[in-house]
Design a protein around this ligand. Structure first.
Ligand code: PMP
Length: 286
């Protein structure tokens, strides 16, 4: 089916949508993005994504393309036009283009580019991967120093995913100075003796929208959470592990660098957090 997508104020067939070859998103990855999940035709944590988008734009001194209310309207309209029950809405804002290539930013009156499209993913909430758990390998984190900004510089995470695939695994966790930063497209956690451990927020990792919600829900469920640096060795010796992201929610990890965790099946804390997250998020979806 041909999707209807959104480009700079227009709803168009995906085959008709165009942006300039001089767009700085295309030439320089001078762009930020968000991915919001859709369950039951409704947006999960739209507010969290809108707030983080604003922060990413501010950190890069990039103009906001429109108001939060307008963004919500565009998201909802695309979900409706494309008849999405379960899936995602991808949003990207770039610094636009003034018709040439230059490292210097274009003039202030250059309009940002705003693109949104949907991805239809039936069965997103009931994914087979979540039943089985995923296997990860560890790789060096060689990304830039502002990973808290959600830019479209995704080449290294993409290479990391391919390294995992080649190694027969599903994903990679990145390490820097001996400590795990995060997964290629998710935040990383392990559980030992009932305690959930994850890296604290800083410029070294993306401030996951799902991370924030899951840590709040874990605290509400009287689970113990410790935000501190941890090594891959600690994670390998854990009882269980998991990752979080807007499109995979809480995803159990059952193997790290070939070492099986616990029974090699999704652990009870990861399973419970996934249940709570899906239930609570659905209640609050808009
Ligand atoms: N870290 C990285 C590097 C990511 O790409 C993502 C997914 N965008 C996350 C963490 C998880 O963030 P969120 O829960 O907001 O999807």
């Amino acid at each position: 089916m041909t999707r209807t997508v959104y480009v700079n104020g227009e709803y168009l067939a995906e085959t008709e949508a165009k942006i300039s070859i001089f767009d700085r998103g295309f030439l320089m990855a001078d762009a930020v993005y968000e991915v919001t999940s859709v369950l039951g035709g409704k947006l999960i944590d739209f507010d969290g994504h809108a707030v983080r988008l604003k922060r990413s734009l501010d950190e890069l001194d990039m103009a906001a393309p429109c108001s939060k209310d307008e963004l919500l309207e565009i998201h909802r309209k695309l979900v409706e036009l494309n008849d999405i029950d379960e899936g995602m809405v991808y949003l990207q804002v770039t610094r636009g283009s003034d018709g040439d290539r230059d490292f210097v930013f274009p003039s202030d009156d250059t309009k940002p580019t705003l693109v949104l499209f949907t991805q239809d993913k039936p069965g997103l909430a009931n994914s087979p991967a979540a039943q089985k758990g995923i296997r990860v390998i560890s790789i060096d984190d060689i990304r830039w120093g502002r990973r808290d900004i959600k830019t479209t510089q995704l080449l290294y995470p993409s290479l990391g995913k391919m390294m995992a695939k080649k190694a027969g695994a599903d994903d990679a966790w990145m390490t820097e100075d001996g400590y795990v930063t995060e997964g290629t497209s998710n935040n990383a956690y392990f559980v030992k003796d009932g305690k959930i451990v994850t890296r604290p927020l800083s410029n070294d990792i993306l401030h996951g929208i799902t991370r924030k919600a899951v840590l709040r829900m874990a605290a509400e469920a009287q689970m113990i959470v410790e935000e501190r640096l941890f090594t891959i060795e600690e994670a390998k010796a854990a009882d269980e592990a998991f990752v979080t992201s807007a499109s995979t929610f809480v995803m159990p990890v059952v193997e790290i660098d070939g070492e099986t965790l616990g029974e090699g099946t999704p652990g009870p804390i990861a399973r419970r957090l996934r249940e709570i997250y899906l239930e609570e998020s659905l209640k609050a979806a808009v």
